[in-house]
Design a protein around this ligand. Structure first.
Ligand SMILES: Cc1ncc(COP(=O)(O)O)c(C=O)c1O
Length: 386
């Protein structure tokens, strides 16, 4: 009954895993959720207050499709103040319903049917389905063991059909943050082959290694030629349910993105955008909270993995995921994740969700408390007989 185009979409394996865990919970099991890409803190009280006030003031109608001028202005100000990058709030910023809509709109805007987009593994689960919807082919690049870009494979796969490369740094699920050498490689790549970089920077406020780079915009003098940046409010401010994000691009691409917004959601939710204005004003406080909570959780996760025979972890550079390799079983990562859910009541995501070359890994989100992380690993060790 359903169309071919939709039938071949894979859906979200992370969400599928979450519903499996929820089902088990409804059967009375107490699950520790280390599978969710969502921080466990609430948005700052001032964000909630502004959102409520906006509803009370009747900010419940449609807004302009680009997003309210106040929010676009705040985003432009953020890039100016934090990164010294000048962006036109009218022509170069679009507010989207989540970072997800931003990625989809960027794909539709620059990819023609039949074009190729290079998607390095491991990748966020939604990219290939989005490329599919846009009628493009996703060319997947197998990952390297240190999660850095597989440069030779990228070069081997660039053809005259290649229109773009997807870059997600800090990366979900590997946590990898681009090195200066990789950035140099990307500069050469776009110069030599005139392709776009779609840069998903949604985890830009979660970085644990020493690097000054928070956005590719600071690294490319001529970023307007070929970079589209996606970011949003979900991770930094824990505003996942607000469904609020933004894109930065040249004005031509921004017009394309606007058309997709108009064709799909008309505009982002009015009162949520007002919450977004307050969030950006409070960004120092939000970053402070992240820095208070996450380096400690990261450290605990690395220690717990070390204590567990059969698990290993390269490093955690950014985001809030550990991409953990297992060698205690020959089973697929999906089977292992199900075993752990059923026997240890800990929910993780199998590596295979993030590309074929990520088989043999498990994604562990450390967006939960230190106590939960410790308890989860105690349960896993018990299940493994350690
Ligand atoms: C890499 C990556 N990009 C984009 C998103 C989408 O975020 P949003 O909730 O703003 O749509 C996510 C959410 O998990 C993500 O992990």
């Amino acid at each position: 009954m359903i169309s071919d185009q939709v039938r071949i979409l894979k859906g979200s394996p992370t969400m599928n895993f979450l519903s499996m865990a929820r089902k088990r919970e409804s059967e009375g099991h107490q699950i520790i959720h280390l599978s969710i890409g969502q921080p466990d803190f609430q948005p700052l009280p001032s964000i909630i207050e502004t959102t409520k006030k906006a509803i009370d003031e009747g900010k419940t109608s449609y807004t302009v499709s680009s997003g309210i001028p106040e929010l676009r202005q705040s985003i432009s100000q953020l890039y100016q103040e934090d990164f010294n990058v000048t962006i036109d709030p009218n022509d170069e910023v679009k507010i989207t319903s989540g970072g997800k809509q931003g990625v989809l709109a960027a794909f539709y805007t620059i990819l023609n049917r039949g074009d190729h987009i290079i998607i390095p593994e491991p990748f966020w689960v939604s990219y290939p389905d989005m490329a599919q919807l846009a009628g493009a082919t996703s060319v997947r690049i197998p990952m390297t063991t240190d999660f850095s870009l597989n440069k030779d494979e990228v070069l081997n796969n660039v053809t005259n059909k290649t229109k773009a490369i997807l870059i997600n740094s800090p990366n979900n699920p590997s946590s990898h943050v681009l090195s200066s050498e990789e950035i140099r490689f990307l500069k050469d790549l776009v110069e030599d082959y005139h392709i776009y970089i779609i840069s998903d920077e949604i985890y830009s406020d979660y970085v644990y290694i020493d690097t000054p780079v928070r956005t590719l915009l600071t690294e490319f003098d001529n970023w307007r030629q070929n970079i589209i940046v996606i970011n949003g409010f979900a991770k930094t401010y824990s505003m996942t349910g607000y469904r609020l994000g933004w894109t930065i691009s040249n004005s031509e691409s921004a017009e394309g993105i606007l058309k997709i917004i108009q064709a799909t959601t008309t505009c982002p939710t009015n009162f949520c955008q007002w919450g977004g204005v307050t969030a950006l004003k409070e960004r120092a406080q939000a970053r402070e909270l992240i820095n208070k909570l996450f380096p400690e959780r990261r450290k605990v996760l690395m220690e717990e993995v070390k204590k567990t025979n059969g698990l290993s972890l390269k490093s955690i550079d950014g985001a809030f995921y550990g991409f953990v390799k297992y060698d205690f079983s020959e089973k697929s990562s999906e089977a292992v994740a199900i075993d752990i859910l059923m026997n240890a009541n800990v929910s993780l995501v199998p590596g295979s969700a993030f590309g074929d070359s990520a088989e043999g890994y498990l994604r562990v989100a450390f967006s939960r408390s230190v106590q939960e992380i410790k308890e989860a690993f105690e349960r896993i060790r018990k299940y493994l007989g350690q």
